[in-house]
Write a protein that binds this ligand. Structure first.
Ligand code: NAD
Ligand code: MG
Length: 385
């Protein structure tokens, strides 16, 4: 196998750090060329040293200035955030793990596709807001994208070797989050601290809140629609509290294929990294005899975000970007104790209602409506404060 020349964008986050843990097992197969972070310069420097990384970047300009000297002393080139796009499209890198969080990941996803690099995609928001743009502008963009999101990694594996026309339904599973069995009344008073206690996965803060509101499942439906080119009506969400089955494909003959494993992101990261090869295990194996698996329908009356996201996905155009931006702002406000849990879907709905639908013709359109939706969301948030 040729040694991969890898860039990890968002290396200091939950996915980024788990990817580095995986790579530690395969030093001869992966050369880590670039690692990026936002403001955690110390952690980034430590990882750059450990993996003998040539380039690093910090997206936060204050942090960039603060750590410049330390990186220089370590003989690691700290490049400006604006330079990252050039580097990932250069011959120094052939594989990109996009582990950024939120709409901030869009530019890297588009650059990776545009320059024909292998893209290991964790940043689901970039597909949610940019999937339609990619399909309009790059006929074969799917060929170089390997999903890292566990459900999509599972679906990708279920669909391997199958004819798309024989897929009746894709099933995305979700644990239901920490509030699965809460009444609507009880949901009124949940705190960010409660919401950050996810029952089965340990993840970054934003996705953990999205998991509690079920927005994460909504984003994942849109992500699956774009990744696999399957109509929205043929994608469904099923709550599966044990998080053992990650995704299923149901075929025309009623065969169901599923992918099972213990819930550990290191597995889909490893799979994406070495696809189409399989390597030795980096996770705890499943003990089948100990399993009890259960499934239920998501309660969209209680968890409105799922419905709002799928509706925005179906409408397409600028609405997924508007919905996503409003969600990012609302989650941010909830995390800083500014609004209540049940305000999140209300804000998203109001923002969508306040912006007229239009098509997406360019990346600028996405950025413009992302900005407008954020400013509308902040207006609604300020009214609550
Ligand atoms: P995280 O918050 O832990 O890490 C995000 C990374 O992006 C960090 O390195 C941070 O420094 C960097 N970053 C944040 N804002 C930035 C900005 N504006 N510009 C540049 N860099 C910035 O997030 P995470 O949980 O690792 O999730 C990353 C992505 O993967 C998300 O899209 C998430 O939905 C998806 N995902 C995560 C998990 C998981 O288990 N954590 C599972 C499936 C999918
Ligand atoms: Mg997921």
């Amino acid at each position: 196998m040729i040694r991969k020349k890898l860039a990890i964008l968002g290396a200091t986050g939950s996915i980024g750090m788990q990817a580095l843990e995986v790579i530690e097992n395969f030093p001869e197969d992966v050369e880590v060329v670039l690692l990026t972070g936002y403001s955690r310069g110390d952690l980034l420097l430590e990882k750059c040293r450990f993996f003998s990384v040539k380039y690093a970047s910090l997206a936060n300009s204050n942090a960039f200035i603060r750590y410049q000297k330390d990186f220089k002393e370590a003989e690691i080139q700290l490049i400006e955030w604006q330079e990252v796009e050039n580097l990932i499209s250069s011959a120094e890198i052939d594989t990109i793990l996009n582990a950024l969080v939120g709409a901030a990941g869009l530019a890297a996803t588009v650059k990776a596709v545009d320059s024909g690099k292998k893209l290991l995609l964790a940043n689901k928001e970039s597909l949610v807001i940019g999937g339609e743009y990619l399909s309009k502008n790059y006929e074969n963009w799917r060929d170089n994208v390997i999903p890292v999101d566990s459900e999509h990694s599972a679906l990708f594996q279920c669909l391997k070797g199958e004819n798309k026309a024989s897929v009746r339904q894709l099933v995305i599973t979700g644990s239901g989050g920490p509030f699965r069995s809460f009444s609507k009344k009880k949901l009124q008073n949940v705190t960010p601290e409660d919401a950050l206690k996810h029952p089965t996965w340990k993840m970054g803060k934003k996705i953990t809140i999205d998991s509690a509101t079920l927005m994460n499942k909504g984003l994942e439906v849109i992500e699956a629609h774009h990744l696999f080119d399957i109509p929205f009506d043929n994608i469904k969400v099923v709550i599966h509290p044990q998080s053992i089955i990650h995704g299923m494909a149901i075929f025309s003959d009623d065969t169901i294929k599923a992918v099972l494993s213990n819930p550990d992101m290191k597995l889909p990261i490893e799979y994406a990294l070495f696809y189409p090869e399989r390597r030795s295990s980096v996770i705890e194996p499943l003990i089948l005899e100990k399993l009890t698996l259960s499934f239920e329908e998501p309660d969209i009356g209680k968890f409105k975000c799922l419905k709002l996201a799928v509706q925005a996905g179906k409408k397409g155009g600028i609405y997924p970007a508007v919905m996503n931006a409003a969600n990012e702002e609302a989650v941010h406000a909830f995390l800083s104790h500014g609004i209540r849990f049940l305000d999140i879907p209300e804000i998203i709905e109001k923002v969508i209602q306040s912006i007229s639908w239009t098509t997406v013709e360019s990346l600028e359109d996405i950025y413009e409506f992302d900005k407008e939706a954020r400013s509308k969301a902040r207006e609604f948030i300020n009214k609550i404060l």
